[in-house]
Design a protein around this ligand. Structure first.
Ligand SMILES: [Ca+2]
Ligand SMILES: [Ca+2]
Length: 324
């Protein structure tokens, strides 16, 4: 039986991956989202802070036998801001913007707090997180034959916007291949589903279309092949993993997928793979509903500088069927 993720960890990841606080200047504010208690160091390097902590769990049976149960967890989410020299807006404005954003995220993702979309938005070869490479043979992710994509090609993968990344291989028998590594932030034993999505197309003299595969790290093989025949315009191709999913997450927490041309180059005409966007939706075994139950301001204007804080009470739950 797989492990259930701590509700505070699920809510924390949701807030961290979705938080977009826009400053009056049009830029994005830096907001530190952590499980820690408020710390003054975070204020030195960011515009504001969000902390997430579990307050209480309540277990209730939903049927007379007690086999179907609902675990309701109360999570305290705090938005913090203080005046700093580098700020262009007042701390109360920043606090209000962060609090509005917490409300928006919890409402928008109330039915899917346990799902995280891993993609390439904002990433480049120098950043931590998900990675993308090109190659010409189905080598293991750790093999030396992969070349990391350029800054421009990472940007082409950011969005489904018809700006596309292209790989071409002209050697006889070579396929054009892209390899995608998504960094999973949850514990391996809590992950229950991963759905990879590739948007693009592929052509080759022998056969058109695209194939996608997932790396099984335990078996040491590319598996679960899905393919289509898209050769000239974008088509979405997806691959869903549930069974043995933990075997596909390597020791560094990466899930690896590849997309390749169905056919190979004949030495005269190249195999060409074109990709507009690639992403992976990861679901964990954890809370499947969340809602803001209330909030209050807990400002400390007696401190110098004052610390402005809004505390949210977030209710979340998980429904469990404990058997026959
Ligand atoms: Ca497109
Ligand atoms: Ca694109």
């Amino acid at each position: 039986m797989s492990e259930i993720e701590d509700p505070a960890a699920t809510i924390l990841r949701l807030l961290r991956t979705q938080m977009r606080v826009v400053l009056d200047s049009g830029g994005l504010a830096s907001v530190d989202v952590s499980g820690e208690y408020q710390n003054s160091d975070a204020f030195k390097v960011s515009d504001g802070q969000v902390t997430v902590a579990l307050a209480e769990n309540v277990d209730a049976k939903l049927d007379l036998s007690g086999k179907i149960r609902r675990r309701t967890s109360t999570v305290r989410v705090n938005a913090w801001a203080t005046e700093t020299l580098s700020q262009t807006e007042t701390a109360t404005t920043i606090r209000k913007k962060i609090a509005d954003e917490v409300n928006r995220i919890i409402r928008q993702y109330c039915r899917t707090p346990n799902q995280t979309t891993c993609n390439y938005v904002g990433l480049s070869p120098n950043t931590q997180g998900s990675k993308a490479y090109s190659g010409s043979t189905e080598a293991a992710p750790t093999a030396s034959g992969w070349t990391e994509l350029s800054v421009g090609d990472y940007q082409n993968l950011w969005y489904s916007d018809d700006n596309r990344c292209q790989v071409s291989r002209g050697g006889s028998g070579e396929h054009a291949i892209l390899m995608f590594g998504f960094k999973i932030e949850s514990r391996r034993s809590t992950v229950k589903q991963a759905v990879f999505a590739f948007e693009g197309f592929g052509s080759a003299p022998t056969q058109n279309g695209v194939a996608v595969k997932a790396w099984n790290d335990v078996a040491g093989a590319w598996q679960n092949t899905q393919n289509n025949s898209a050769s000239e315009s974008d088509e979405q191709l997806s691959l869903s993993l549930t069974a043995n999913l933990a075997d596909c997450i390597d020791d560094d927490g990466f899930l690896w997928f590849l997309a390749e041309t169905n056919g190979a180059s004949d030495g005269a005409t190249p195999a060409v793979l074109t990709c507009d966007c690639a992403s992976c939706v990861v679901s964990v075994n954890g809370v499947t509903y969340c809602d803001v139950a209330g909030s209050r301001n807990l400002d400390r204007v007696d401190l110098k500088p004052p610390v402005y804080r809004t505390e949210f009470t977030v209710k979340s739950w998980y429904i469990e069927n404990i058997g026959e």
